[in-house]
Write a protein that binds this ligand. Structure first.
Ligand code: FAD
Ligand code: MLT
Ligand code: ZN
Length: 497
């Protein structure tokens, strides 16, 4: 059945819905247990597809009738080739922990889950290069390399569920980016199934390879719109011999910037993370049992907190450096649990509008306060509407997570927040009255930041891309998409409208 799908501005292409005859074909590729479908003949309870149709936040909901769980790259290729011939749209899905609605269908696209592709292909303890299937869970890879005294170059709160393929597809940042840089640097190679089913083998383990265009970079952060990543080759750093962390309660936000400068200067090479949590985010994490709370005395008068981590080669040397810097030293793994637990605490408290933005550190607090006042002026602050407006994030990366926690997702709150937040963050030309010239002038009013520092665009921000990318850039992104995926079957409605 061919139908014209319309979804606002998003979908204009003719796509096919999956039919029983498609399931018959998938049965020639996959064993029965790897096909979950409500299409007849099926005994599957439709609710069994809920985990694949609903995103982590409970904000986006798809209507997929079928989920396929291939085990090999060849199976992925065979499935995609069939879908291309039938114009069946596909959503690649990893651990489904994405925060921008990219990992679930918008309608009834086929979900290809990478969960069964979960083997380590090789690990070289000398170079630290790991080659793994895309569906390996990040924590399991961390556990795999640990006995060899290596760590993964990426760490994030979702590590127990997210896949390395999903991390690469979103170019996830996380808690170690300050130290180990982005995945654009640590990913050495990829194996990708292209939208026509071709297998692109760029799974090199070379540190250096300047033989023409570096195609793999296109798939890092493409959010499944250019192909399905089936394997990743990644450089894992040696485990630090000593790691320390301290949490500091600060009386004013104004203390953060000078402290960051001092910490960078004094800790230099051993500084591995510098994370920010405002008081609202801290209180919420404690309320929902994330990590160990500080004592009442310690938090008395605190406006915000920073978590500083050092990772180095010699414990005595690092502790000495830290002690030199800080008069009170509190070290405990539960400090990280508190920071990492903010996301979960927010989701337990209510429905989160999550803005993941790059702006100058000095404006972190202003953006949170301005948003709160804006919502107040619209009469939207209160237990039954917006309960909390808060900020936390990665100071070292200039990345603030502005979270608005509401009792429910409503159109009214959504309209109050957008485009307000995007105009504040991204480029926006506004008309202002110029007294001397006695006329309106157009001027840049925002921070020229990024509307997505690390979570991606997904379905949430396709309409907001232009706040951070100019027309020429977007035009070339569309050309690249059309080149790889002329039928537009790969994760439609995501990243690009
Ligand atoms: P999914 O959610 O399944 O998919 C995400 C996107 O990638 C989708 O567009 C999907 O289509 C695509 N995709 C997935 N797998 C593939 C594949 N094999 N090939 C092609 N495309 C694919 N993000 C950060 O950057 N930093 C953080 O610190 C951070 N912390 C988080 C903490 C929590 C508690 C949660 C819930 C999320 C957090 N995130 C963070 C969001 C982050 O994007 C994801 O956790 C992670 O990178 C996504 O991996 P996943 O396997 O769950 O991918
Ligand atoms: C984080 O830094 O905790 C993650 O990016 C998740 C979030 O934004 O909540
Ligand atoms: Zn983050």
């Amino acid at each position: 059945m061919l139908r014209l799908v319309r979804h606002g501005l998003r979908w204009r292409r003719p796509y096919s819905s999956i039919a029983a005859s498609d399931i018959d074909h998938f049965r020639t590729i996959l064993p029965p247990h790897a096909i979950l479908s409500t299409l007849s003949p099926s005994t599957l309870n439709p609710s069994e597809l809920d985990p694949y149709n609903n995103d982590w936040m409970g904000k986006y909901r798809g209507r997929a009738t079928t989920v396929l769980k291939p085990k090999t790259t060849q199976q992925v290729s065979d499935i995609v080739r069939w879908c291309a011939s039938r114009d069946i749209p596909i959503v690649p899905q990893g651990g489904n922990t994405g925060l921008v609605g990219g990992s679930v269908p918008l309608r009834d696209e086929l979900v290809i889950s990478l969960a069964n592709m979960n083997s380590v292909r090789s690990f070289d303890p000398v170079s630290g290069i790991l080659v793994a299937d895309a569906g390996c869970i990040l924590q399991s890879l961390t556990d795999y390399v640990a006995p060899h005294n290596h760590i993964m170059p990426i760490d994030l709160g979702a590590k127990g569920s997210c896949h390395i393929g999903g991390n690469v597809a979103t170019n996830a940042g996380g808690l170690r980016l300050l130290r180990y840089g982005s995945l654009h640097g640590s990913v050495l190679g990829l194996e990708v199934v292209l939208p026509d089913g071709t297998i692109l083998d760029q799974l090199t383990t070379l540190r250096k390879d300047n033989t023409g265009y570096d195609l793999k970079q296109l798939f890092i952060g493409a959010e499944g719109t250019l192909g399905i990543i089936t394997a990743v080759s990644i450089l894992t750093p040696p485990s630090p011999q000593a790691s320390n962390n301290v949490i500091l309660a600060l009386p004013h936000f104004d203390n953060v910037q000078p402290l960051y400068r001092a910490v960078k200067r004094q800790l230099s090479e051993i500084l591995s993370a510098f994370e920010y949590i405002d008081r609202t985010a801290y209180d919420l994490a404690v309320k929902h049992g994330q990590g160990r709370a500080l004592s009442d005395e310690e938090v008395d008068g605190a406006a915000c907190f920073v978590l500083v981590e050092t990772s180095g080669g010699r414990r005595e040397h690092d502790e000495e450096k830290l002690t030199d810097l800080l008069s009170t030293l509190r070290s405990s793994p539960s400090l990280w649990a508190l920071r990492e637990g903010v996301t979960e605490a927010v989701s337990k408290e209510g429905k989160a509008y999550k803005y993941d933005i790059s702006i100058p550190l000095a404006s972190f607090k202003t953006v949170v306060d301005t948003t709160r006042e804006h919502l107040r002026s619209k009469g939207l602050l209160g237990e039954h509407a917006v309960k909390h407006v808060m900020g936390y994030g990665h100071v070292g990366d200039g990345n603030l997570h502005l979270n608005i926690v509401a009792a429910a997702y409503t159109q009214e709150i959504q309209d109050a927040l957008e485009p307000f937040v995007y105009e504040l963050v991204g480029k926006s030309l506004v008309q202002t009255w110029h007294q001397k010239l006695n006329t309106y002038v157009r001027c840049a009013a925002s921070y020229r930041g990024s509307v997505s520092a690390e979570h991606g665009i997904g379905a949430m921000k396709t309409h907001a891309l232009h706040y951070s990318k100019d027309d020429v850039s977007i035009e070339w992104m569309k050309k690249i998409k059309a080149l790889f995926d002329p039928k537009g079957i790969m994760n439609p409605g995501k990243v690009l409208e």
